[in-house]
Design a protein around this ligand. Structure first.
Ligand code: CP
Ligand code: NVA
Length: 304
């Protein structure tokens, strides 16, 4: 049986919550100065075909802080850049390392690596999903609000990899989700249909960001042009202008609404500087929690 983490859909609520519970424990222990060695002797390979600050450093730090070691390769440094088949790469990597963390474009790349790898493959972001990020985001929500299931979460902006992953998270964790996206920028239709079939609460798409946040406990946002969409940046800037998370939008929301941003942020585009730096925004806690979640993920998958 495979032991990969390719998308949240492959896990049930209890399994997803167990990453978060373990990460909360590891965060507490980190604060107390507890030192860990449970991954001593383990090595992971990290192949990143897109840039990263948080995901790369937090995975590397997580591995080292649990006693393990990391081999990092940018995609262009591997033979993938010269079209070595993924089925060969997957089998070869599994002969050297205990797990592979991959950031790439197509979801089919991590799926194909997973089919041929005897060691866990972990999705560190594809064009379709960002599962590890949403686990840290939900961990952060639980820290702030005490729970997630009874909440109403809003997404404002592009129907991108983050939005798709929030949709799968909604059907698994059981929270209500409303996404405000401009027409033509909806999340993946297949993911939405499948998630709605298993969801216990509504997953709604609206066009008006005010409607999305009006009843929400949490609002999450992200850049308007994701990695790989740089050529569309100017066009998107105009289309997404009404979807900025700013003071006015928060004024239309419940007073205690919490603001999430996975970072990196483009201040003045999808979020204003004052909201990002304001008391309702927990973006830097989300960033920290990535390391604790990655520790929990590495433990669970490498020691299984
Ligand atoms: N949030 C996130 O994935 O950031 P990086 O692109 O810096 O890894
Ligand atoms: N949607 C963004 C997320 C970055 C962490 C991207 O894919 O670039």
């Amino acid at each position: 049986m495979s032991n990969h983490l390719l998308r949240l859909w492959d896990f049930n609520k209890e399994q997803l919550l167990s990453y978060i519970e373990r990460a909360l424990q590891l965060k507490k222990e980190a604060r107390e100065g507890v030192r860990h060695q449970q991954l001593a002797g383990k090595v992971i390979g990290m192949i990143f075909e897109k840039p990263s600050t948080r995901t790369r450093v937090s995975f590397e730090a997580a591995m080292y802080r649990l006693g393990g070691q990391v081999i990092y390769m940018s995609g262009r440094d591997t033979q993938l850049a010269r079209n070595e088949p993924l089925k060969d790469m997957g089998r070869v990597m599994a002969r050297y390392v205990d797990g592979v963390v991959v950031r790439t474009f197509g979801q089919e790349v991590v799926e194909e690596l997973g089919r041929y790898s005897d060691v866990p493959v972990i999705n560190a972001l594809t064009d379709l999903y960002h599962p590890c990020q949403i686990l840290s985001d939900i961990m952060t929500v639980i820290e702030v609000k005490g729970e997630v299931e009874k909440l109403h979460i809003a997404w404002v902006g592009d129907g991108n990899n983050m939005a798709n992953t929030w949709i799968e998270a909604s059907s698994r964790f059981g929270f209500e989700l409303t996404l405000a996206c401009p027409e033509g920028y909806d999340p993946d239709a297949g993911i939405l249909d499948a998630a709605r079939k298993q969801a216990v609460k509504p997953i709604s798409i609206v066009r008006d960001p005010v409607e999305a946040v009006a009843e929400a406990d949490v609002v999450s946002c992200d850049v308007w042009a994701s990695m790989g969409q740089e050529a569309e940046q100017d066009e998107r800037l105009a289309i997404f202008q009404p979807y900025q998370v700013n003071e006015k939008l928060l004024g239309a929301a419940k007073p205690g609404i919490t603001v999430l941003h996975c970072l990196p942020a483009h201040r003045g585009e999808e979020i204003t500087d004052s909201v990002l730096e304001g008391p309702q925004c927990v973006a830097f806690d989300q960033a920290e929690n990535k390391m604790h979640i990655h520790k929990a993920i590495l433990e669970k998958h490498l020691l299984a």
